[in-house]
Design a protein around this ligand. Structure first.
Ligand SMILES: Cc1ncc(COP(=O)(O)O)c(C=O)c1O
Length: 455
């Protein structure tokens, strides 16, 4: 299995040929899911004592399994948060896979860790964090938020312990009522209370709401979380106001920018992120809007040593690493073994330069504005909220969830677009999440027009 021989070389060429075909699609077919029964019938039993051979396994993947997955990089994939990795980042992901690099420690992965840290420093700089800020690329925003909150609670408890004060009976953190579900999940994992502060009429969490929540919460609040780009609407909380409340009360300030913080790269939208420079930690997911492949979340701390104190794993076999004083990425999140998943972004950034990223993000925001304007001009469509970044949410008069569902299913079945319905305050709606610089206004218009077929 590990030998380089005639068979492995033949298989290598077949795999490269497949990868080349997939990379050359322009765009890749949208494709779509199949039922377990269909997959069972068409893929058959692939795991056996003797193996089916690489060529056969690749054939099943390319003809049955791959077409049963939606291409998240299709320009008309507009649901959830899509992905739009650059060609350079996808190509480099192949190299990462071929290189067997351990990204958890400096000792084993110094070169890779150095390059990942370059990217993290750049992101910290863009956000205005001081020199010395740093962190790690984790699997996704869910793990990034959890790891930041674990560091925040550890830091709060250490402060109380060193002051000889008792620990609270229940730890708590405050976030927006519209914050991402991963925060609720983090609260459950950490066994802490999540306090959801109400947003204003435009969907923003404001400092006053956080202050009220803080007063009502009593003791034990270890973190305040602002969202820089809510998932459903792309709304950026009033970061500056919230940061001030956190600072006045000496509480850790975390910013969940998993999707939206990439918007800081566009000079037009940068001002709405004011206050991010006061964050104790923040996350932004390159697999969302920084044009990198799955899966990568940049988790950055103002004072990484606080995260290190919370997260370093100790064990006899690890002492050689933990005692070294080196920068070990594993120390900054709830993880140990890790792929150097920041490298595809590093390569693409190094290749194209930051300006190309600013332009990609700016273009998406501009497109969101253009399609919002068109929606505004149609009497049967209504924007649910004004788009702030690149998410546009709207309703069609008289439509029920069934109408949205059947429209969405038809678009996917025709291979035209992937636009699943969302909802707000119990009302179904349609939602475009635009993160792909190759998404075109003409396609978005055609998708809007396809709604008329349903009526
Ligand atoms: C604002 C926000 N935070 C956190 C997450 C979770 O990120 P992930 O899916 O990478 O775990 C998401 C995902 O969409 C998000 O939009």
């Amino acid at each position: 299995m590990h030998e380089v021989n005639e068979d492995s070389i033949k298989l290598r060429e077949e795999v490269f040929a497949y990868a080349r075909r997939r990379l050359e699609y322009d765009p890749a077919p949208l494709d779509g899911p199949q039922s377990p029964e269909w997959l069972q019938k068409n893929a058959g039993k692939t795991i056996s004592e003797s193996g089916i051979g690489g060529s056969k396994a690749l054939e099943i993947f390319s003809e049955v399994l791959a077409p049963s997955t939606i291409s998240t990089d299709h320009p008309n994939y507009l649901s959830f948060i899509p992905s739009a990795p650059t060609e350079a980042s996808k190509l480099f992901d192949l190299i990462v896979s071929a290189s067997a690099i351990y990204g958890g420690s400096w000792m084993e992965g110094a070169g890779a860790v150095f390059a990942e840290n370059e990217v993290l420093s750049w992101l910290a700089d863009e956000a205005g964090l001081p020199k010395g800020a740093g962190g790690v690329f984790v699997q996704g925003g869910t793990l990034g938020n959890l790891s930041a909150l674990v560091a925040a609670r550890h830091s709060a408890s250490q402060k109380l312990i060193s002051a000889g004060k008792p620990l609270p009976t229940k730890w708590k953190f405050i976030c927006s009522a519209e914050a991402h579900s991963s925060l609720k999940s983090a609260a459950a994992v950490m066994d802490v209370e999540i306090i959801k502060a109400p947003v204003d009429e435009t969907g923003h969490l404001r400092g006053s709401s956080v202050s009220n929540a803080l007063q009502r919460a009593g003791e034990g609040v270890f973190a305040i979380v602002a969202t820089a780009g809510t998932t459903n609407f792309g709304i950026v909380d009033k970061i500056d106001e919230i940061a001030d409340v956190a600072k006045e009360n000496q509480i850790w300030f975390h910013v969940d920018g998993a999707y939206g913080l990439a918007g800081i790269l566009s000079p037009e939208t940068k001002p709405i992120f004011t206050g991010i420079e006061k964050a104790d930690s923040f996350i932004v997911d390159p697999h969302k809007w920084l044009f990198a492949p799955f899966d990568a979340c940049a988790l950055i701390y103002r004072s990484p040593e606080l995260a290190r104190a919370a997260h370093t794993q100790h064990g006899e076999y690890l002492e050689t690493l933990t005692e070294s004083g080196d920068w070990n990425p594993s120390d900054y999140a709830y993880n140990l073994t890790r792929r150097p998943r920041g490298l595809p972004l590093w390569f693409s950034l190094a290749t194209h330069g930051v300006a190309a990223y600013r332009e990609g993000v700016r273009k998406n925001i501009e497109l969101a504005k253009q399609i919002a304007e068109i929606i505004r001009g149609k009497s049967d469509l209504e924007l649910v909220r004004e788009p702030e970044l690149s998410v546009v949410v709207f309703t069609k008069k008289g439509w029920t969830l069934n109408d949205y569902d059947s429209w969405s299913a038809k678009l996917l079945a025709r291979g035209e677009a992937f636009v699943v319905p969302s909802s707000h305050q119990g009302e179904p709606n349609a939602r475009f999440a635009i993160v792909n610089p190759r998404t075109e206004l003409s396609s978005l218009k055609a998708i809007l027009e396809s709604m008329d077929e349903e009526s």
